[in-house]
Design a protein around this ligand. Sequence first.
Ligand SMILES: [Zn+2]
Length: 149
Amino acid sequence: MKRASAPPLPPPNQTEGEGVVAKKNRRLRYGIVIAVGVAVVVFLFFTNPLESQLAPKCFWKLATGTDCPGCGFQRALHAFLHGNFADAARYNFFLILALPYLFAVILSDLVFRGERRERWQRFTHSRYTLWAYIIIYCVWWVVRNILGI
Ligand SMILES: [Zn+2]
């Protein structure tokens, strides 16, 4: 006599509900990132880091006396948000590269869909792009301390 058995379960990664949960988790992560980003932008629009004690200080600079790659970011973003682009670049030249790349990542991850998303993510998420970014970041870290910029 043959025993009746339940049909085999699909592998966990193919269950119907998991895609929905993963999508909700991704949206939650993006929502948190966007909320923090908007909070930082609003804070730095209304707070001049040169005049305010509320602006956080750089731990690397406090500990070593040298600039980290991000030093000047708050002043640069404050200047940028007020349309002073030359001052923004002067406070941190790396933003000239970092802001367009950040914008491209936001577009490719949050705005674009389908083929356009895949095409942009081939660039923004590429191993070569990420390594180039990291190398330029490290070179900037050294060069800015040698030249005092
Ligand atoms: Zn710093």
